[in-house]
Ligand binder design. Structure first.
Ligand code: DX5
Ligand code: ZN
Length: 223
């Protein structure tokens, strides 16, 4: 299995966001995770399409947009135009989940569905074949630097087996509280794509931290 590390720029220094993106990419990031919060669906306010557009020319790695906004559909084309490669959304925030997935894919992006710790996986029943990615939240969305909720491990395992049953290559991403010391266990539960904000941007040497995560992932692969 290919593992991907997706640093969340939510924990970057926003006063020099461009440098931070370049540094984390130089350190080996596979994706740039971009957390969009609207002070409505979640109690925090971050960044919109113009910030995505501003960082787009700085890197060729995919920009992984995590929408924590309600409504969802109105902002999707704006992020596609701003250079997003992946757009994920929370099903509770969309009036018509199937329509939103189609909108994302028609705009040329990969589509992901995000599950909060308290959201059942039932939403997958009728749309799993249309998804490119499933994102399991291991914290309640809204803030970086929270503690990993261990119940997410079971959910990851369930999602992984449901995806295997489809025979499709759907990524399983995990978001919240991922660190060097728990990434192997999370990988063993079924995740292949790891969002990490504070665990990377909270350290001095992003490259060293990303390498330490990869070393742990290599262990998980052998186990
Ligand atoms: C939370 C965001 C996360 C967050 C992760 O709502 O979706 O991407 O930035 O931050 P850490 O890795 O610090 O838990
Ligand atoms: Zn996120």
């Amino acid at each position: 299995m290919a593992y991907r590390i997706a640093p969340s720029v939510l924990s970057a220094n926003f006063a020099r966001l461009g440098d931070e993106v370049q540094q984390v990419v130089a350190g080996g990031a596979d994706l740039v995770h971009f957390d969009v919060m609207d002070n409505h669906y979640v109690p925090n306010l971050t960044m919109g399409p113009i910030v995505c557009e501003a960082i787009r020319p700085l890197t060729t790695v995919p920009i992984d947009v995590h929408l924590m906004v309600k409504p969802v559909d109105r902002i999707v084309p704006d992020f596609a135009r701003a250079g997003a490669n992946i757009i994920s959304f929370h099903p509770e925030a969309s009036e018509h989940v199937d329509r939103t997935i189609a909108l994302i894919r028609d705009s040329g992006c990969k589509a992901g569905l995000v599950f909060n710790p308290g959201t059942p996986l039932d939403y997958l029943d009728h749309v799993i074949d249309k998804l490119d990615l499933v994102l399991i939240m291991s914290v309640n969305p809204g803030f970086g630097g929270q503690k990993f909720i261990p119940q997410a491990l079971k959910k990851l395992a369930t999602v992984r087996s449901r995806i295997q049953a489809t025979g499709r290559d759907i990524w399983v991403e995990v978001d919240g509280g991922v660190k060097v010391d728990n990434i192997a266990e999370i990988a063993r539960a079924g995740a292949d794509t790891f969002v990490a904000g504070s665990a990377i941007f909270g350290t001095r040497d992003y490259k060293a931290t990303i390498e330490a995560m990869r070393a742990e992932l290599a262990k998980a692969k052998k186990a």
